[in-house]
Design a protein around this ligand. Structure first.
Ligand SMILES: [Zn+2]
Length: 110
């Protein structure tokens, strides 16, 4: 299912891919237009299986994450509240203040 969250994740990955393609071609002295077309096509297609794979692995990419305690939808762009969150991912629920991991599960207070 294509949701707004999915499109955000897709656009982000596609933008990174396109940037990579442009950097590689920029470093090539005589880039062929075919290489550009193939590179852009790959950059646009790769995010689809990549997001699928990450979702299979349990990462909530392209999906809304909900708080395990109060079920509030967590923002797509999170501001880490501490160094552990910045390193490992995770949220502090804006509604109930629960500490959650990157998948929205409640984390035991430490
Ligand atoms: Zn909550």
């Amino acid at each position: 299912m294509i949701t707004r969250r999915y499109m955000q994740a897709y656009m982000l990955l596609a933008a990174i891919g396109l940037f990579g393609v442009l950097v590689v071609l920029y470093g090539t002295r005589n880039p062929h237009i075919e290489a550009l077309v193939v590179g852009v096509a790959v950059a646009l297609i790769v995010p689809v299986p990549l997001i699928w794979l990450l979702q299979k692995l349990g990462y909530p990419i392209g999906k809304a994450v909900h708080c395990a305690r109060c079920d509030a939808e967590l923002p797509a762009v999170r501001r880490p509240a501490n160094i552990r969150q910045a390193m490992l991912g995770g949220y502090t629920c804006t509604k109930c203040g629960a500490e959650l991991d990157a998948r929205g599960r409640e984390r035991a207070a430490s």
